[in-house]
Design a protein around this ligand. Structure first.
Ligand code: 5AD
Ligand code: SF4
Length: 441
C-alpha cells in the first residue's frame, strides 16, 4: 500500500506519525510524497488551540476531490490523533467520505484498519477511540534509516488537568513505558542512525515506568540508564511540569555528559492568581526556586518556556507579573500563545473571558520581550565556541546545519565534518534565524 501521512501539532504527534509509517512499512507499504500518489492518506490531527480544526476540514475537502477523481475505494482517508478523538461525530457528519477515525491511542491498528477497508469495500467508517495508551506500545517500533535527531515517547497522557488544556481528554490518563522497552527502542534508533534522542511525554517528570529490576523507576534513573547506550551522543527530554522538577533531575544535569544543558520548563504565567486558576500547582516564587536549583547544579543550563496570555480574568497587573518573571529568568527561547477556549475544559466555562484585542496586544508585548531575550542569548555566543550536532545540509552549498547543546540552530561550512558529528564551532555571526560559525582549526 502506498501511504501519505500529514502531521499537525506537537512532537508527540510526529512520533506517532513515525510509528504509523513504521507499521505500514512493516506490512510491505511504501511512503509517497504527495497525497495524489497514495492509496491511503492519514491526517494526524491536533486540538491544542482552535485554528487547526478548520485546517483539517479544508484538507479533507481537498482529499475528497482526489477521492472523487479516483475510484472511492482506491483512495482511503483516515483521520487520526487528538482532534479525531474529540470530534469523531463532527468529522463523520461534515466529511462522511472519511473511511476511519483513530484516536491517538489507537494508531497501532492503522495498518490492519487500512487493509480491512481496502478488502471490504463498502464498509461503514471504522471508529476506534479508546484512551488507554498501553495498546499503542504493544508492538515494538521497528526503526530503519532514521535521522540524526529522533523522538522517543516514554510517557503519555496527563493527570494534571490544567484548566485550559485539552490533552487529558484526548490522550487520556498517564501511562509510562518500561525502562527495558525504552532502552531497547533507543538502541534501535541509534542502530538506525540517530545520534540525539529527545524523550517525549506530556509530563515527563511524572515518569514512573517499570525499572530494570522490577519496581517503579523515575525520570532521573531513566536518564542515567540511557546515558549508557553506546553511540548515543546527546539526550533531551520534554515537557516538564515545574511542580515535578526535583533535585535528582538537577543532579542528572550535573552528572550526565550527554544530557543537554537545556530545559523546556513552561511557566504559562507569572501571576500567582492566574497560576491558581490554571490549576498549575506552583507559584511564581516556586518556579524561580526550581530555576535557581537547576542553575546551581548546572551553571550553564539554558531555559525555554511556554506562556499563555489572556487566560480568563487576567488583569494588566497579572500580565505585568508574567513580564517580570520572564525578565528574571532570561530565556534562551520561548513560545507564547493567546488563550484559546477548548470546549469541555474548566477555563472555557469561566466568566471573565478576555477580549481578542487585549490578548493580541499582550501577546505582542510578551513576544517582543522574548525575542529580545533570544537575540541577547545568541549574541552572547559570538566569538565563543559551541558543540554543534550536525543534522542536515544547510541552505547554501557546502554548508551543514545543526543544533548547539542549548538548542540554537547553527550553520557551518562543511569542510572535514559530516552529518552526525558533534563539531566544535566558533560562532562568527548571529544571523536572524541561526548562528553562523566556522570549525576551529
Ligand atoms: N490556549 C492557548 N494555549 C494553550 N496551550 C495549551 N492549551 C492552550 C489553550 N487552550 C499551550 C500551553 C502549552 C503549550 C503546548 O500550548 O502553553 O504548554
Ligand atoms: Fe495537539 Fe496536544 Fe494532541 Fe499534541 S497532545 S497533538 S499538542 S492536542
Amino acid at each position: 500500500m502506498r501511504f501519505f501521512i500529514k502531521s499537525y501539532g506537537c512532537q508527540m504527534n510526529s512520533y506517532d506519525s513515525q510509528r504509523m509509517s513504521d507499521a505500514f512499512i512493516a506490512a510491505g507499504g511504501e511512503a509517497v510524497s504527495k497525497p495524489e500518489e497514495a492509496d491511503v492518506v492519514v491526517l494526524n490531527t491536533c486540538s491544542i488551540r482552535d485554528k487547526v480544526d478548520e485546517k483539517v476540514f479544508s484538507d479533507l475537502g481537498r482529499l475528497k476531490i482526489i477521492k472523487d477523481e479516483k475510484s472511492p475505494n482506491d483512495f482511503i482517508i483516515i483521520v487520526a490523533g487528538c482532534m479525531a478523538q474529540l470530534r469523531s461525530k463532527d468529522i463523520l457528519k461534515r466529511a462522511p467520505y472519511v473511511d476511519a477515525i483513530l484516536g491517538p491511542q489507537n494508531i497501532g491498528q492503522i495498518s490492519e484498519v487500512a487493509t480491512d477497508i481496502a478488502k471490504n469495500k463498502a464498509l461503514d467508517a471504522i471508529v476506534s477511540i479508546s484512551s488507554d495508551a498501553r495498546e499503542k506500545f504493544l508492538q515494538p517500533a521497528s526503526a530503519s534509516n532514521r535521522s540524526v535527531s529522533e523522538f522517543l515517547t516514554i510517557q503519555e497522557g496527563c493527570d494534571n488537568f490544567c484548566a485550559y488544556c485539552i490533552v487529558p481528554y484526548t490522550r487520556g490518563r498517564e501511562f509510562s513505558r518500561s525502562v527495558a522497552d525504552i532502552v531497547a527502542e533507543a538502541k534501535n534508533l541509534v542502530a538506525a542512525g540517530a545520534k540525539e534522542i529527545t524523550l517525549l511525554g506530556q509530563n515527563v517528570n511524572s515518569y514512573r515506568g517499570e525499572g530494570l529490576n522490577g519496581g517503579k523507576s523515575n525520570l532521573a534513573n531513566l536518564l542515567y540508564e540511557l546515558a549508557n547506550v553506546a553511540g548515543l551522543k546527546r539526550l533531551r527530554y520534554l515537557t516538564s511540569n515545574p511542580k515535578d522538577v526535583n533535585e535528582r533531575i538537577a543532579e542528572a544535569h550535573r552528572d550526565i555528559e550527554i544530557l543537554a544543558p537545556f530545559l523546556h520548563l513552561p511557566a504559562q504565567s507569572g501571576s500567582d492568581g492566574i497560576l491558581k486558576k490554571m490549576n498549575r500547582k506552583y507559584s511564581n516564587s516556586e518556579y524561580l526556586e526550581k530555576i535557581e536549583m537547576l542553575r546551581e547544579h548546572r551553571p550553564d543550563i539554558a531555559f525555554s518556556s511556554d506562556f499563555i496570555v489572556g487566560f480568563p480574568g487576567e488583569t494588566d497587573e497579572d500580565f505585568q507579573q508574567t513580564l517580570k518573571l520572564a525578565e528574571k529568568v532570561r530565556y534562551a527561547q520561548a513560545y507564547s500563545f493567546k488563550y484559546s477556549p477548548r470546549p469541555g475544559t474548566p477555563a472555557a466555562r469561566m466568566d471573565d473571558q478576555i477580549s481578542e484585542s487585549v490578548k493580541s496586544e499582550r501577546l505582542r508585548i510578551l513576544q517582543d520581550l522574548l525575542n529580545n531575550q533570544q537575540t541577547e542569548f545568541n549574541e552572547n555566543f559570538v566569538g565563543r565556541s559551541l558543540k554543534v550536532l550536525l543534522v542536515k545540509s544547510g541552505k547554501h552549498k557546502n554548508q551543514l546545519t545543526g543544533r548547539s547543546e542549548y538548542s540554537q540552530a547553527v550553520s557551518v561550512c562543511a569542510n572535514n565534518i559530516s552529518i552526525g558529528d558533534i563539531a566544535e564551532v566558533k560562532i562568527t555571526e548571529n544571523a536572524s534565524h541561526s548562528l553562523i560559525g566556522v570549525i576551529e582549526p
